[in-house]
Design a protein around this ligand. Structure first.
Ligand code: SAM
Ligand code: SF4
Length: 327
């Protein structure tokens, strides 16, 4: 699939739930978001039907995300069915708290790689950022992921001034000791309180300068061949580091993705409120053939509506939050 700016779209990020067992300050309000009702959420069979059409249109990489994907029951079955639908590359973004016991069955079901969020190595700060949960569960999840042979295992650190920015070097050092890809992410104004991003912003240059204090950076090919993070190895390291700076260095010209929200809407861009409903099509009671045609049309409309670039730097609030759209 190509959009009207000539970008090849081969990557679909699917939010399987808007629910989460954590409440990260840059993502969710303390009280959580009013969860979608059971009926509003796409059923796994519906997700697989959409994936089947998407594959025909050229999608070859699916990422499962949320909310927290692992709070949804029987996720292993969904991974299996997506794999059976012919998607060669299946990945997941998770907060890691529930990952350790599930890693092996997920890998056996067809999961190829995983991104785990880890913003700090300090248990007390972890509680302050996530407002609940235990860092030890996340660290066990990371260890289990590395041991399982999932590759690459990426660690996502959202950098916030005055909160965890003093830990950039410690996080970078993880890539010296373990075969992980540590990604430093500029905080984006897509959470409940846009001031967290505005006041907490640490620019790409500042982040890179901190990482360079750990050691010399050698450019390396991206661990999975593509994506928004430029990759480097710190001299002598087992793993790599990368930088995702949607504000300092937008990667919109290379954007290759669409999103599917938990309530069944195709979202052409994380940072734009435009959405196209597909759940209504799936539940319209029409023939399978007609439904496939209409879902295809919905993807075509999403391509038409995909903006050329985001406007996150204006720090304007969006109608829906990241946890609702799928991060
Ligand atoms: N719950 C899972 C997790 O935390 O990994 C998946 C969903 S989460 C919304 C996906 C990614 O978005 C996480 O790595 C998280 O750190 C990142 N994220 C959430 N809010 C963000 C923000 N305001 N700015 C930058 N990244 C953010
Ligand atoms: Fe939950 Fe992930 Fe958002 Fe944190 S970033 S509140 S773990 S969805």
């Amino acid at each position: 699939m190509k959009d009207r700016f000539g970008r090849t779209i081969n990557y679909l990020r699917i939010s399987v739930t808007d629910r989460c067992n954590l409440r990260c300050i840059y993502c969710m309000p303390e009280e959580g978001v009013l969860p979608l009702g059971h009926e509003e959420i796409l059923r796994y069979e519906e997700i697989v039907r959409i994936v089947d059409v998407a594959r025909e249109l050229g999608i070859n990489h699916i990422r499962l995300t949320g909310g927290e994907p692992l709070v949804r029951k029987d996720l292993i079955d969904l991974v299996k069915w997506i794999r059976t639908a012919g998607i060669p590359d299946i990945s997941m973004t998770t907060n890691g708290t529930l990952l350790a016991p599930l890693v092996k069955p997920l890998k056996d079901a067809g999961l190829g790689r995983v991104n785990i969020s880890l913003d700090t190595l300090d248990p007390e700060k972890f509680r302050r950022i996530t407002r609940r949960g235990s860092i030890h569960d996340v660290l066990s999840g990371i260890r289990a992921a590395v041991d399982s042979g999932l590759n690459p295992v990426k660690l996502n650190m959202v950098v916030i001034a005055g909160l965890n920015s003093t830990e950039i070097q410690d996080m970078a050092r993880l890539s010296l000791e373990m075969p992980v890809h540590v990604r430093f992410i500029e905080v984006m104004p897509i959470g409940p309180d846009p001031t967290v991003a505005r006041d907490g912003r640490v620019t790409l240059e500042e982040i890179v300068a901190e990482v360079k204090k750990v050691g010399e950076l050698e450019p390396v090919p991206h661990p999975d061949g593509a994506g928004p993070a430029e990759s480097f190895k710190i001299k002598g390291g087992e793993g790599t580091v990368g930088f995702i700076a949607a504000l300092s260095r937008p990667f919109c010209t290379e954007c290759n993705r669409l999103r599917l929200t938990a309530d069944g809407k195709i979202r052409p861009c994380l940072a734009s409120d435009l959405e196209i409903d597909v759940k209504g099509i799936l539940r319209s009671g029409q023939t399978d053939e007609e439904i496939r045609r209409l879902v295809k049309d919905a993807f075509a409309r999403a391509l038409e509506l995909k903006p050329q670039a985001h406007h996150l730097a204006s720090y304007e609030a969006q109608a829906r939050r990241m946890c609702q759209i799928g991060g």
